[in-house]
Design a protein around this ligand. Structure first.
Ligand code: SF4
Length: 425
């Protein structure tokens, strides 16, 4: 949307007070995200009364999910744009469009020919390789909001990555709702493995990271691509959601508890130095103390590098929201705290093993903690969700921001590391 607006002659401004049109791009996935979206819309609406804002636009998943409800309850919003209606943004910004533009969510997917304006620094980029999801996990409303999966052709993604690389991107994060299924809808033998290899061979980027690999059996071709391509980060993001086979069945996930363990063992066996990230939901209907204990046992056994924990959010239109045996909120909160604290100990122990090691770091910029520290990430730390590395011994001159540097880890904390820059070469 930002790229299309820019190409049509609109200019982004840094502060909402200075904007003549404000676009709120919303999330509608779970309760807290919906609340944040609504709070932001209401906050931005104030600029229509007390600022230069002439029009307020609400785009994205929340608009797609609740178009009629929002249109009735938010008269201050001038336009609603669905997830596949982003092509109308220039007409909407110009005020030449009807109020409601929320159609079938499964019609649109980005192409390299569409102008793009990035909100991330030049050295790192997300690349959306597909839109939508064709699975039906029982707790998840995403397929309703984003449609079934539509993958972009390999050549189109490679063209986008080449352009990003020419503009200085050193890290490419391939994302979609269901990345492991990439290409299955194309019918042209495109696979994630082939895509990963082709993207990794674009000159420039040091790391290509694959995010959101649904935990089905990763085939040998994909394992080999991660293991053998030097520029593919040895990083697997595997949202497992639970560990008890009974819960995984209720949640309509494909792999049971034995399958999960085999998968983790096989990946660790075949890919040296692999970082594994995962995510779990606690408090899903039907989750007993015994199920939760199985989840804790898996986290203790698997020693994941990074774990995200979410409290179950009942979402209308999903199968889970109609299931019996809801878990009381205070029980879900207690399970959340226990799992987080268990993983904090595991992460601390895993981080301790880094001390003394030499690692490559992508330097992101000055740290918020101190002007004498830089902050960056190693290949096992994805942007925004994992920990960071603080770099000391920087004399303030010529900071290597946006560059890959070598460093030696000197200290570790629960989630972050501290390191000293090593001389170049
Ligand atoms: S694979 Fe992910 S996006 Fe698709 S239905 Fe399941 S949880 Fe939702």
């Amino acid at each position: 949307m930002a790229g299309l607006a820019d190409a049509a002659g609109f200019r982004l401004v840094a502060e909402p007070e200075a904007a003549s049109v404000i676009v709120v791009n919303t999330c509608g996935f779970i309760g807290p995200a919906k609340k944040e979206s609504i709070d932001t819309i209401l906050g931005m609406a104030r600029h229509k009364e007390a600022g230069s804002c002439e029009r307020l636009v609400v785009a994205g998943c929340l608009a797609q999910r609740y178009p009629h409800e929002l249109a009735a309850e938010l008269p201050e919003v001038d336009h609603f744009l669905g997830t596949s209606d982003v092509g109308a943004i220039a007409a909407v910004l110009g005020g030449e469009h009807e109020r409601m533009s929320v159609g079938d969510p499964g019609r649109w997917v980005y192409s390299a020919a569409t102008p793009r304006l990035r909100s991330t620094p030049a050295h790192t980029a997300y690349v959306k390789i597909a839109e939508g999801c064709s699975r039906r996990c029982s707790f998840c409303v995403i397929p309703t909001m984003r449609g079934t999966q539509r993958s972009r052709p390999v050549a189109d993604i490679v063209a986008e990555v080449s352009d990003l690389a020419a503009r200085g991107a050193l890290e490419i994060n391939l994302v979609s709702q269901d990345t492991i299924s990439y290409g299955r809808d194309l019918g042209d033998a495109a696979t994630l493995a082939r895509l990963a290899r082709e993207v990794a061979r674009v000159p420039g980027p040091g790391w290509v990271r694959l995010l959101y690999l649904y935990p089905e059996r990763l085939d040998d071709e994909l394992v080999a691509a991660i293991r053998d391509e030097p520029r593919v980060a040895k990083y697997v993001d595997l949202p497992l959601q639970h560990a008890s086979s009974r819960m995984l069945r209720i949640m309509r996930r494909g792999v049971g508890s034995d399958g999960q363990k085999r998968l983790i063992e096989r990946l660790r066996d075949r890919i040296d130095g692999l970082t594994i990230r995962t995510a779990f939901i606690v408090g899903h209907p039907g989750e007993t103390d015994a199920d939760f204990q199985e989840l804790c046992d898996l986290v203790e056994w698997a020693r994941f590098d990074h774990v995200g924990v979410f409290r179950y959010s009942p979402e209308e239109g999903t199968r889970s929201s109609g299931l019996p045996d809801p878990v009381p909120a205070r029980v879900a909160a207690a399970r959340f705290r226990r799992l987080m604290s268990l993983q904090r100990r595991v992460a601390r122990e895993r981080n301790r093993a880094f001390v003394g090691r030499r690692i490559q770091i992508l330097v992101e910029g000055p740290s918020d903690e101190s002007e004498y520290l830089l902050v960056g990430r190693h290949a096992g730390q994805a942007p925004e969700i994992d920990g960071v590395v603080y770099l000391a011994d920087w004399d303030g001159a010529d900071p290597p921001i946006g560059r890959l540097v070598d460093a030696q880890v000197t200290q570790s904390a629960d989630y972050d590391l501290a390191a000293s820059l090593l001389p170049r070469g």
